[in-house]
Design a protein around this ligand. Structure first.
Ligand SMILES: [Zn+2]
Length: 370
């Protein structure tokens, strides 16, 4: 006849056996990746479990008792914790701040980005308190490993065709100066241009400023869509979520959106005279007062919708700013001025002074369509 304590013991041992089986079965397949991603210190737990002699589950052994305590004490609470929380909160490198949480689940595994590749966007200064969001579409010249540098050498990838030289550094400095978050794109515009509509011939350029991009020739739909899904949309979803978060928690204030770009001094044999450009489409709320501020300095050569026009090119501003009715502007800085840290700091101060003065107007922070 079985005693109740014997039943309890058998039930306990069976539970431990099942838990260990689950862990080791999961370890062999996709479940391993799931556990690794969602359970804090999973590698340490796995290593400890592997070393336990209790896997034979001898009911009389001390090791079995330890295994039971260990399982109940660590693995079950870990799973429970995951069930209670948003698993995206556990992404490595993110703190548990609400601003990080809103973008933590945007990196979607796929065929293009591998384990050694950086994420498709970087969130800078997420704890910034002002209702201002900075974005930098062309912050990076990184190419996913699988694309083999798109068939280009390091010289081509260091040029303006691959990224906006100096822009990421200036965006970071402005995020600190204006006390707002900045979203920086993680990959080169040659992979996919985050400031172009998907499908536009310049979205995945086959030629840029006279340089042929071998890795972009004759792409099929699947290859183009993997760049959209893994590089372009995660960056834009991050901007959407950061703006939405600011807006929801902004005490009635709609956030302002500022894009930071840089432009090459020479294009098609033409030397561009402007040091700064202010690009805008229909919403003048930021553009006109910022232009007026810059123009108080007679030494500055400032372009109004030069060297590009915000009325022609501006997927990011039109999508996240104009369509939503948020105040927005795009600032362009000539690349020879911000080629080093000292230049970045100098021009971040010039731009930051003008923006800070204009952004102090509290009537800006409302929805208005033009
Ligand atoms: Zn740019």
């Amino acid at each position: 006849m079985r005693s109740p304590s014997g039943d309890r013991h058998r039930w306990g041992a069976a539970t431990v056996r099942l838990a260990c089986r689950m862990i080791f079965r999961l370890k062999t397949a996709a479940g391993h990746l799931v556990l690794q991603r969602f359970i804090p210190d999973y590698e340490a737990i796995k290593a400890t479990v592997s070393m336990l002699p209790c896997l034979t589950l001898d009911p009389s052994s001390q090791a079995d008792k330890f295994c039971k305590i260990f399982t109940v004490g660590t693995i079950f609470p870990s799973i429970w914790w995951v069930l209670l929380h948003d698993p995206s909160n556990l992404n490595e490198g993110h703190t548990h701040h609400p601003m990080n949480d809103v973008t933590a689940n945007l990196v979607i595994p796929g065929a293009l980005l591998g384990a050694g590749d950086p994420p498709p966007f970087t969130l800078v200064n997420p704890d910034g308190q002002s209702p201002v969001v900075l974005v930098c579409d062309h912050a990076s010249n990184v190419i996913p490993t699988a694309l083999d540098q798109l068939g280009l050498g390091p010289e081509a990838l260091s040029r303006h065709i691959a990224w906006d030289i100096g822009a990421a550094r200036v965006a970071r400095l402005l995020a600190a100066r204006l006390d707002g978050p900045a979203v920086l794109a993680g990959y080169s515009r040659l992979v996919i241009d985050c400031n172009r509509s998907p499908g536009d011939p310049t979205s995945i350029a086959e030629v840029s400023d006279g340089t042929f991009i071998p890795g972009n020739r004759n792409l099929d739909d699947a290859a183009a869509e993997s760049r959209l899904n893994e590089v372009f949309w995660p960056y834009h979803h991050a901007i959407t979520q950061i703006l939405a978060h600011r807006w929801r928690h902004g005490h009635g204030r709609a956030p302002a959106l500022i894009a930071i770009h840089s432009f090459t001094p020479m294009l098609n044999g033409f030397r561009r005279p402007w040091q700064l450009g202010v690009l805008w489409n229909r919403d003048p709320r930021l553009a006109l007062p910022v232009l007026a501020r810059f123009r108080t300095d007679p030494e500055l050569c400032v372009g109004d919708n030069e060297p590009y026009s915000g009325r022609e090119v501006g997927f990011t501003m039109d999508t996240h700013g104009g369509a939503a009715g948020l105040p927005h502007v795009e600032i362009e800085i000539r690349q020879d001025l911000i080629a080093d840290d000292a230049g970045c700091e100098r021009w971040a101060t010039v731009v930051g002074d003008a923006l800070a003065a204009v952004l102090a107007d509290q009537t800006l922070y409302r929805v208005q369509h033009y």
